[in-house]
Write a protein that binds this ligand. Structure first.
Ligand code: ADP
Ligand code: MG
Length: 497
C-alpha cells in the first residue's frame, strides 16, 4: 500500500480529478461533496478515497463515482479502479457536518441515493440542512454581566432568535417606518414613544424587529431586564399564576422589567381577564417610564374584541405599520439571504423568485432555502428551470388564473414603462414592443379572444393583436435575449414551463 501523504503523484492525480469535477458540477456542489473527500490509499492500481459519513459515501458513489473513476483512469493509466470508503477524512468543510446531520435526520434518505432523492425527501429535511449553511450567530458570546437579569428575562419571556437582528433586516419602502421606529426605541435611553405598536400581515417582519430591539437593548444595557414573549404566552403565564394563586408574584415580576415586548397581541382580543391584566401591567410600566413594544396583525382600532380603553392606550404611543412587500424589497431580501447562505444566485432566479413568491417574506425565505438545499444536495447549479421544478407545488399554490391587467402591469414594470402606455396610442418602440409582448402573453396565458385582448389594449383592432403575436414569436426565434425576456415574463406570470 502506498502512503498517499508521500505521494505527489497521487495528490496531483486527485487534484486533476477535482479540477475537472469542479468545472463539471459547479463550485457549490463541488464544495459540498468533494471538499470533504480525501485520498486514503492506492494499492495495486486501486485508489481508495474516503468520506466522513455513510450518507456521503452513498451519495458520492451514486452520483459521482463513475465519473471519478473514468477521469482518474484516464489521467493515470496505472489506476484501474477507484473505491470509496467511510473514514476519518480530512478536509472537513461544511458538508462533512451537513451530511452527517442529514444522515441523522433522515436515516432512510441515503437508500434512495442518486436522482431518486427527489422533492419529498428534500423538503423533509431542508430546514435542518439550511440552518447549517446559515452563518452561526449562536456562537456570539452573551454578555457576562447579564446573568441575573437574563435569568428573570428567561423565566418570564421567550428566547430570542439570534438571527433576528437589525443587521439582518433589509429595509425598504414598506417597512422603513416600522424599522426606524424600532431602531429609535432600541437605541433610546428614555422611551421616545410608549408603547411602540407595530402591525402588519403575517411574515412581514414584526417578530424580527421585536427581537432586534430586544437584542440591541440587552447588548447595550446588559443589566436591564428585557422580556420578550408572545401574547399567548403572557396569557398562559397569567392563567397559571391564577391557578397557582401566585398572581401577586406574576404582577411583581412583570412590573419590574425594564422593557416588555409582547408579540401578536391580537391573540388576547376577547380574552377579558388577560386583557385586564395586560392593561394594568401596561399602565404600571408606562408610569415608571419603562418601554413597551407590541405587535399585532392589525392596527389597534381594527382589532375586534379589544377593550376601548386598551385601544386608546395603544393608540397613545406610536403606531407603525409594515406594508406588504414590494418587488424591490423582495429582491433586496433575497440578495441578503443568499449572501448569508454563501450562495450566488443567478439574477434570473432572484428576479423570478421575487416576482413569484410575493405573499410574504417567510415564504420567500423558505423558497430560497429549498432551491439552495436542492442544488447543494443534488450537486447541480441553481437555474431558473431547477428552481421552478423544486418549487412547483409552492408556485402552483400561489398561482391563480392570470388576468390581462396583471400581464400589462408586470410587463410594464419589467420594461419600466407606465401601465397607461399599454392603452395609449404611443408608437415609440420603447413602449410599442412591451405592449406587443403583453398582447402576446395575453394570448398565451389567458383564454381571451383576439378582439377581447384588443379592447383591453386601448381598443385596438384584433388584427393588431394578431400582428403582435406573430411579431413576438418571430423576434423570439432570432433574438436569444429577447426570447429569454419573454420566457422569464411568462414564467413569472404563471405560465407552465
Ligand atoms: P411576522 O412576525 O411579521 O409574521 P417575522 O418577523 O416572523 O414575521 O418574519 C418572517 C421571516 O421573514 C423571518 O425569518 C424574518 O427574518 C424574515 N424577514 C421579514 N422581513 C424581513 C426583512 N425586511 N429583512 C430580512 N428578513 C426579513
Ligand atoms: Mg410574528
Amino acid at each position: 500500500m502506498q502512503d498517499v501523504n508521500n505521494s505527489p503523484v497521487v495528490d496531483g492525480d486527485w487534484a486533476q480529478v477535482c479540477s475537472h469535477m469542479r468545472d463539471e458540477i459547479g463550485d457549490a456542489a463541488f464544495d459540498s461533496w468533494f471538499k470533504p473527500i480525501s485520498v486514503r490509499s492506492v494499492d495495486s492500481g486501486v485508489a481508495t478515497i474516503s468520506v466522513p459519513t455513510r450518507f456521503m459515501r452513498d451519495w458520492v458513489a451514486n452520483n459521482y463515482l463513475d465519473q471519478i473513476r473514468a477521469l482518474w483512469c484516464a489521467i493515470n493509466k496505472q489506476i484501474t479502479n477507484v473505491e470509496i470508503s467511510v473514514g476519518n477524512a480530512q478536509g472537513g468543510g461544511i458538508l462533512s457536518q451537513a451530511s452527517s446531520n442529514a444522515q441523522r435526520q433522515t436515516p432512510s434518505s441515503h437508500r434512495n441515493g442518486g436522482q431518486g432523492m427527489m422533492q419529498g425527501q428534500m423538503q423533509s429535511h431542508q430546514q435542518p440542512q439550511m440552518q447549517m449553511y446559515a452563518p452561526d450567530h449562536r456562537a456570539q458570546p452573551a454578555p457576562t454581566v447579564q446573568v441575573s437579569q437574563s435569568t428573570l428575562a428567561d423565566d418570564l419571556g421567550a428566547p430570542l432568535d439570534p438571527r433576528y437582528v437589525f443587521d439582518n433586516f433589509v429595509v425598504g419602502k414598506p417597512n422603513e417606518f416600522a424599522h426606524a421606529a424600532a431602531k429609535r426605541v432600541a437605541e433610546a435611553d428614555i422611551p421616545p414613544f410608549n408603547p411602540l405598536f407595530m402591525y402588519g400581515g403575517v411574515g412581514l417582519g414584526k417578530t424580527h424587529l421585536m427581537h432586534a430591539i430586544a437584542h440591541h437593548m440587552r447588548e447595550v444595557h446588559p443589566n436591564r431586564t428585557v422580556v420578550y414573549l408572545s401574547a399567548e404566552k403572557f396569557m398562559y403565564r397569567f392563567i397559571r399564576a391564577l391557578r397557582e394563586q401566585k398572581t401577586v408574584d406574576f404582577k411583581e415580576q412583570f412590573r419590574s422589567v425594564d422593557m416588555l415586548l409582547i408579540d401578536d397581541v391580537q391573540f388576547i382580543a376577547g380574552k377579558d381577564s388577560t386583557q385586564e391584566e395586560l392593561f394594568h401591567t401596561f399602565n404600571a410600566l408606562v408610569d415608571q417610564g419603562r418601554q413597551i413594544v407590541l405587535s399585532a396583525d392589525k392596527s389597534p382600532s381594527d382589532i375586534e374584541g379589544l377593550e376601548d380603553r386598551l385601544k386608546s392606550r395603544l393608540n397613545h404611543g406610536l403606531v407603525a405599520d409594515l406594508h406588504a412587500t414590494t418587488y424591490e424589497l423582495r429582491l433586496g431580501i433575497l440578495l441578503s439571504k443568499a449572501e448569508q447562505l454563501g450562495v450566488e444566485l443567478p439574477t434570473k432566479v432572484t428576479e423570478f423568485l421575487a416576482h413569484k413568491i410575493s405573499s410574504n417574506v417567510r415564504e420567500l425565505e423558505g423558497a430560497l432555502n429549498r432551491v439552495v438545499a436542492h442544488s447543494q444536495l443534488v450537486g447541480r447549479p441553481i437555474t431558473l428551470e431547477t428552481s421552478q421544478e423544486v418549487l412547483h407545488d409552492l408556485l402552483r399554490a400561489n398561482d391563480r388564473r392570470v388576468t390581462i391587467e396583471e400581464i400589462q402591469k408586470r410587463v410594464a414594470e419589467h420594461f419600466n414603462i407606465r401601465v397607461a402606455d399599454m392603452h395609449s396610442a404611443r408608437r415609440a418602440r420603447s413602449v410599442a414592443r412591451p405592449r406587443q409582448i403583453a398582447m402576446y402573453l395575453s394570448k398565451q396565458l389567458t383564454s381571451r379572444s383576439l378582439p377581447e385582448i384588443g379592447r383591453k389594449f386601448g381598443g385596438r383592432d384584433h388584427t393588431t393583436v394578431m400582428h403582435a403575436v406573430k411579431k413576438v414569436g418571430e423576434l423570439a426565434l432570432h433574438d436569444q435575449d429577447f426570447a429569454e425576456d419573454v420566457e422569464l415574463l411568462r414564467r413569472m406570470l404563471g405560465g407552465v414551463g
